[in-house]
Design a binder for this molecule. Structure first.
Ligand SMILES: NC(=O)c1ccc[n+]([C@@H]2O[C@H](COP(=O)([O-])OP(=O)(O)OC[C@H]3O[C@@H](n4cnc5c(N)ncnc54)[C@H](OP(=O)(O)O)[C@@H]3O)[C@@H](O)[C@H]2O)c1
Length: 275
């Protein structure tokens, strides 16, 4: 399905490049079927060399040739970009438009598209860069089942992908979109503990990161509740329960839950017009 389409990745930054890599390197889409754009001309060549696809600053030409257009600029730039494309007639061939811009609703995107155009909103995260991403996709009013399948196929190259109603996307942004940063902080803190107790820093970081990755895999692959997995590690009167009590005293549960709450509320404010 992916191999028969042409793609324009508008905004080949961190996320745009991850999607490009997924299409070309992981899915084996012919690089000639993909074109990408950036804002600054001097960045285009570096990105083109790194990824082996055409990269320029001409959004209109890129969009005109594409069956699938990925909007991957910053949220504040997305509406102006759509307006430029629409005014130039670059969406008249009715491509599928997939936006990954945090906080920019499907209603706003669809209002900026020509009548009948199909849109999907997706919220990926940065582990897409290493093929361990989590992406949630929401269907626009006119997007078909085939569009949604195609969107999921694009992001399954980059990790996991699932479909949810758009009403959940701010929460998705606050949990899996922003979540890698929260977990980096946890990894940093665990490593700091290892360093404090005598481990070399590089070793401590490796141990902490692989422990987080391994624990995550246990949850995903066993399908068991995290609390039940935690109980398995917790010997009566042992060292793990002692550590867990310290975490509970520090209110880590509510701190992390509130972190997602605050991040979700902030996500809801992204992409809104100023004033
Ligand atoms: N990063 C995340 O964790 C994450 C997670 C989920 C969703 N998202 C969403 O993904 C989108 C991109 O985020 P990012 O982190 O990848 O940002 P980024 O690394 O800053 O990339 C943005 C890219 O857009 C390009 N750009 C800016 N204006 C443009 C224009 N008018 N035409 C064409 N290209 C233009 C920039 O070009 P230059 O390189 O020339 O400056 C840059 O390559 C955002 O909407 C964000 O909400 C990000």
């Amino acid at each position: 399905m992916l191999h028969e389409r042409t793609y324009a990745i508008l905004g080949a930054g961190t996320m745009g490049q991850a999607v490009l890599r997924g299409l070309v390197t992981r899915a084996g889409v012919d690089p000639r079927r993909v074109v990408a754009t950036v804002k600054h001309a001097d960045r285009a060549e570096a990105v083109a060399t790194a990824l082996g696809v055409r990269v320029n600053t001409d959004n209109v030409s890129a969009a005109r040739t594409a069956d699938v257009i990925l909007l991957a600029t910053k949220p504040k730039d997305v509406m102006a970009l759509l307006e430029t494309l629409r005014e130039a007639g670059a969406l008249d061939h009715q491509p599928l438009v997939i936006s990954i811009a945090a906080g920019v609703t499907l209603a706003r995107i669809e209002a900026a598209l020509p009548p009948g155009a199909r849109a999907i909103r997706a919220m990926p995260n940065t582990p897409c860069v290493v093929g361990e991403g989590m992406t949630v996709l929401s269907r626009g009013q006119r997007a078909t089942n085939a569009d949604l399948e195609l969107g999921c196929a694009v992001f399954r190259n980059l990790g996991r992908a699932r479909v949810l109603d758009e009403e959940h996307l701010d929460t998705v942004t606050g949990l899996s979109g922003s979540g890698p940063a929260f977990i980096y902080l946890v990894i940093e803190a665990l490593s700091e503990g290892g360093v404090m107790m005598g481990l070399p820093r590089a070793v401590a970081v490796e141990l902490a990161a692989q422990t987080v990755a391994g624990a995550a895999r246990m949850v995903l692959e066993t399908g068991r509740h995290p609390a039940s997995l935690k109980d398995d590690v917790t010997t009566p009167a042992g060292c793990t329960v002692a550590g867990l009590m310290e975490m509970e005293d520090g209110k880590i549960r509510s701190v992390l839950a509130r972190t997602v709450q605050v991040s979700t509320l902030a996500a809801a404010g992204l992409g809104k017009p100023k004033g």
